[in-house]
Design a protein around this ligand. Sequence first.
Ligand code: SUG
Length: 448
Amino acid sequence: MSNQEYFFDGLIGPTHNYAGLSFGNVASELHGHEVANPRAAALQGLAKMKRVADLTGRQCLLPPLRRPRLELLRSLGFSGMDAEVIDQAFKCRPELLAVCYSASSMWTANAATVSPSADCGDGRLHLTPANLQSTLHRSMEANSTARNLKAIFNSEELFCVHQPLPAQSWFADEGAANHTRFVAPGQDAGLEFFVFGLPSDGAGVAPQKFPARQTQMASETVARRHQLSPDQICFGQQNPRVIDAGVFHNDVIAVGHEDVLLCHRQAFLNQSDLLGQLSKQFERLTGTALCIIEFSEAELSLQDAVSSYLFNSQLVTRKDGGVSLICPVECEENQAARECIGKVVASKNRIDEVIFLDLRQSMNNGGGPACLRLRVVLDARQQEAMHQGVILTELLYGKLTEWVCRHYRESLSQEDLRDPGLVGETWEAIEELSKILDLPSQVLLDQP
Ligand code: SUG
């Protein structure tokens, strides 16, 4: 079969820090203002990529976006030389300085929604970069991500990289974190499951405590843009209760891969009807059954689901055809999550192996294994046409590890963001990275 799923992980940038910027993301609030270790973060991310590359042979990466975005501070009225702008912002509104330093583009599950060409009306692979308009620090990613994706998927004949949706509350879009594609092993056409937190119908139920970051309008618009046929799409709403418990993206409470869905029994509104419909559609499309594994509140409380990130594990099909569940070490440390994993492996489906990885630097900001990767299914021509410099080989892994050790700080506090020396340091690192990845430096530095 020529269609293959590639994993594009976000290479964790040199300014990884804990600024507590994401309201509704429990870990980000809990660890806000702690001292981060950017070097350890990037090495943990690279070790995950290496592991998946060894298992699957299909690991790629997306470069970190250039930080800081001092132009944001200037547009907000801070003026003078860089050092003055930084100093004024730090004294007056340190959260704005943290925003323009955020390394949040590491969570590439939020980079875009991707529909493989087998699903799209025009036979091209469609990508809609997420506008991430619910938070200021993440909204800064959208246009730069679009530019990077255009540089990597640089053939209009084979790929269609859209502009992000309008940056307005009707269209709040967080990308693949709220989108799962199911496909029967060995088949090409898939069923795309779009999950939103806020229904367009004003009368519908919505979370009370925390914001819903994905709207129905956004999900429907992405499906329309990608030219998906009605029998290949299914829409569902997140249970507002779970958003209020800290499930800011659906991928914190559900994960799907090929013909398997692993989720909490509280994940969706009207769950049994919705999953009944999903199963029926999948069976009609593929002639095979969807395997749904649900865990009840008694097996895993919502609180344990959110703290362990069990449902943010990454499922990968290995070269030998088996499927591995890649979990954060927090799952191994949580008894209920550990027991659930035992049941997953014991149940008769293709998940036959569990791997625990230390991703604590990312986890402390609410980003687990599944947040760190974007799935892109490519056919043989697309595999050849995409930019080859982002494919993780043994050689690239070595170069990147060395680059991280040379350029990244071992610790970064909120106070450290005040150091004007950090601007040049990160700029230099990104410039060198453009050579390593063989991508134009104007693209990586986001210059005209
Ligand atoms: O958007 N955290 C990210 C975590 C994203 C996780 N991605 C998925 N679930 N797919 C967010 O909330 C925290 C940044 C800070 O507080 O410094 C942050 O942006």
